[in-house]
Design a binder for this molecule. Sequence first.
Ligand code: AMP
Length: 249
Amino acid sequence: MKILVGLKRVVDYNVRIQVKPDGSGVVTDGVKMSINPFDEIALEEALRLREAGKASEVVVVSIGSSDAQQQLRTGLAMGADRAILVESDQPMQPLTAARVFLELANREQPGLIILGKQAIDDDCNQTGQMLAALWQRPQATFASKLELDGDSAQVTREIDAGLETIAVDLPAVVTTDLRLNEPRFVKLPDIMKAKRKPLDVVPFADMNIEVATPITTTHYDSPPQRQRGVMVEDAAALVAMLKDKGLLS
Ligand code: AMP
């Protein structure tokens, strides 16, 4: 069984995001870019399934500019067998990304597609769900445990009330939550080996995909500056201050 994994290139989660002075976007020049953290978890899970003999091939996919080859090479160094870059310089909305994954699902016939629950740049949390609908296959979102059993998968999902375990027929779409696993570190020899692994670049135009009606982002703003906190001497002073502000009667 083949597993497709989405790897989106995003600003690294440790970077303090700066909004451009004209509000047209966030600063990405000279900023560290990484694999979306939920996608690293997706890849780790796919690799563990392959290592357990439940999958035969792991293919990592990124949709974006040629710079995303960097993240795909990291995915190959982690252990993926091959990579596909669907190259486009246009901003990629979830519906368009889902259509790309659908086209690749038709070409590659995977038994499982594992995506992150959300990309941390736009926090959309839509691509996996849209892909499952377009592909007309089951979805198991926010997975914190995944077990394959023949033609089906048992997935434990993180929901508001706790955990829920569902069974889905394969092929299916699974999206990852933080607690699913801890991704492995990449070792130097693996980085060298990854250079020789296949990475296909497919122009977006070759996908014959209708681009979703663009949602135009009109403005970006930084969150308001938080006010400084106040240290109080003891609980009595805290109560007095809260009463003073009308927050306690
Ligand atoms: P989103 O719906 O944008 O929050 O993205 C959810 C997941 O879909 C991500 O964690 C990725 O696994 C996948 N995905 C979305 N956009 C892309 C992209 N441009 N390239 C690769 N994977 C993507």
